[in-house]
Design a protein around this ligand. Structure first.
Ligand code: GLN
Length: 599
């Protein structure tokens, strides 16, 4: 139990004391408990996948969970990061542009997150500097400890108050030993002390090396890195060992001995064939029981719900392992060399694939390699085509030609954001006769700017956080293919991240040319979904949104279900209707990922 007296004396810190621990209104010590996950040895261990899986099995027990990722970089959000270096920019419903791990949490937990779930050093330092200008540090010199760490603790407690969660999952970005995340580690050390025993659980994810030349697992790097954590004042309660093969008892014993952690709490987290198998693997290993015991949470567990959820997950695992109809979807992009830049597209295809027992192979096509002469040979054999989101000019001609190929050859097509804009340009040029039609993003002086800047974007000069961002309602035209994909719904909600739109001045000409605009922003002339009539094409749908961001294993995106279904038909399979998406229906998602990935 946290010491209430100690916390309130910290909250009332003055210039007379060394303590500085601002406390959000309504914070109840001991109500919310914390699990902190650290990465050691190296990055890329799949820390986000591990923490979200652990959060998932605690949620399965009926506990409410709220994850938070603490990023060491100075950017305020991930909006200006190059996806080629950092992976996809994930967008939350409230418009926060964040790390792709937040997507993993949303998918695993089937829960929408907000900006409270994502903190960067940039956010922390700007708050501290602002407070300093407001004189809120009472004449003190502003220091990393206690002021910057105080701000980190404030964020964690604010999330606890806002979410009323039983458990806050804190994922510390980077690796122990990095300069950038050292103050996050210090902040959780301080906070664990303030909150008292049984309120904090420290989990160290580490890596056991198995050099092929030795054919034996070596734990020295893990031992040394766990010592670094000890030197920072953190004694882990649980060690999870990432490795290619199951970690041997010998390696686990060494870690237990050197790190002073009981053997029963040193777990093997070896590679597996799907990230959605990991929750069951963690459960099987007993990590959930260890957390419940360490944090005295037994009374909050709902065993009936846990059994139901367990059955749901097991059913899912069966489904994804059963995928038997192979189809190939071409994803045409610029960053195809780095799969992480399309992480959510890959996931969304897997979710939809498993629904129809399809094993989806992705053929990555770099549009800058495509020419009129090699295009049909390169795209032959694809059962469906996706043009995902993108920015700028590179590879655009190849993308336009891909859409033409899909349209003229009846290949199922799904355009996502830029992929919708490219479809409009292609249609304007080749069907509506608008020669050199383009987007002003590609050619500022084009004669027919069928895609133009959103009016509210015209005066924006800075980059970062100022696109049309986040969740928006979409009105679907009754009777359209889009409305049918959404089960006849009149309205849905999708996520956006764009500056350009279909130019309202060209709507009439495009419509009379045969393009159907079937999804609109309420009360604004912003096209959000378009399609070709099914009488002219088996499946040609594009959206200004990013439906891949809201596809979940338990609730696959209707756009992706539509594409996969049409692609199966093209491959000669007659797919059954997907089961209705309900919170407790069997989740789906054939998946070829290993646990390793972004962290
Ligand atoms: N570049 C386009 C725009 O800003 C599309 C953006 C995207 O695909 N996310 O509107």
């Amino acid at each position: 139990m946290a010491s209430d007296n100690m916390l309130s004396s910290l909250a009332n810190a003055s210039d007379e004391t060394e303590f500085y621990t601002p406390m959000p209104t309504g914070y109840v010590p001991g109500r919310t408990k914390y699990v902190v996950v650290f990465g050691t040895v190296m990055s890329g261990l799949g820390k986000g996948i591990f923490s979200s899986s652990l959060a998932c099995i605690m949620q399965d027990k009926g506990l409410t969970v709220a994850p938070i990722k603490l990023e060491g970089y100075l950017n305020r959000d991930s909006g200006t990061l190059n996806p080629y270096r950092h992976g996809e920019v994930f967008v939350l419903d409230d418009g926060m542009e964040c790390d792709m791990d937040l997507g993993t949490y949303e998918r695993m937990l089937d829960q929408d997150l907000t900006r409270l779930n994502f903190t960067t050093s940039g956010q922390i330092f700007s708050t501290v500097l602002e407070k300093e200008r407001q004189g809120r540090y009472l004449g003190r010199d502003v220091q990393m400890i206690p002021h910057v760490t105080g701000e980190v603790k404030m964020r964690l407690r604010e999330l606890a108050v806002a979410s009323e969660a039983d458990l806050v999952f804190v994922e510390i970005g980077g690796t122990v030993g990095d300069v950038e995340n050292a103050y996050f580690i210090e902040a959780v050390r301080e906070m664990a002390y303030e909150e008292g025993s049984q309120n904090f659980c420290f989990v160290a994810l580490t890596y056991v090396i198995e050099p092929p030349a030795l054919g034996e697992q070596k734990s020295k790097a893990a031992q040394l890195n766990l010592k670094l954590l000890n030197a920072a004042g953190i004694h882990p309660h649980i060690i999870a060992c990432r490795a290619h093969n199951p970690v041997t008892t010998k390696a686990r014993e060494k870690l237990a001995l050197y790190a002073n952690v009981p053997m029963a709490r040193v777990f093997s987290m070896h590679d597996c064939d799907s990230i959605y198998v990991i929750p069951e693997m963690l459960r099987g290993a007993g990590i959930d029981a260890a957390v419940i015991e360490l944090l005295s949470l037994a009374e909050r567990v709902d065993p009936v719900r846990e059994e139901e959820r367990r059955a749901t997950w097991n059913d899912y695992i069966k489904r994804f392992r059963n995928a038997r109809y192979p189809i190939t979807i071409g994803v045409i992009g610029k960053y195809t060399a780095l799969r992480d830049s399309y992480a959510s597209v890959i996931q969304a295809l897997e979710h939809a694939g498993a629904t129809f027992s399809a094993s989806v192979r992705i053929d990555w096509v770099d549009s800058s390699d495509l020419t009129a002469s090699n295009l049909s040979e390169r795209l032959a054999g694809l059962h469906g085509i996706i043009i995902p989101g993108g920015f700028g000019v590179r590879g655009v001609d190849g993308k336009i030609e891909c859409v033409r190929y899909a349209r003229q050859n009846g290949i199922p097509y799904l355009g996502l954001c830029y992929g919708m804009q490219i479809a409009v340009i292609e249609y304007a040029r080749h069907v509506c006769g608008l020669e050199h039609a383009s987007s002003t993003e590609i050619d500022r002086d084009c004669p027919h700017p069928v895609i133009d800047l959103l009016p509210e974007q015209a005066d924006i000069v800075s980059l970062g956080g100022n696109m049309r961002l986040g969740g928006q309602d979409v009105e679907l035209q009754p009777g359209s293919l889009a409305a049918r994909l959404f089960g006849g719904a009149r309205q849905t909600r999708l996520r956006f991240r764009h500056r350009w739109e279909v130019n309202p001045a060209y709507l009439d000409r495009l419509t009379s040319g045969g393009l159907v605009f079937s999804g609109w922003a309420p009360n604004q002339p912003i096209v959000q979904v378009l399609e070709l009539p099914e009488s002219t094409h088996p499946f040609f749908v594009a959206t200004q949104s990013h439906p891949e961001l809201t596809s979940r294993p338990l609730h696959p995106s209707p756009f992706f279900l539509g594409l996969v279904r049409a692609s199966l038909i093209r491959s000669g399979v007659v797919p059954g209707d997907p089961p209705p998406a309900a919170a407790d229906s069997a989740p789906a998602g054939a998946c070829e990922c290993r646990m390793a990935g972004s962290d």
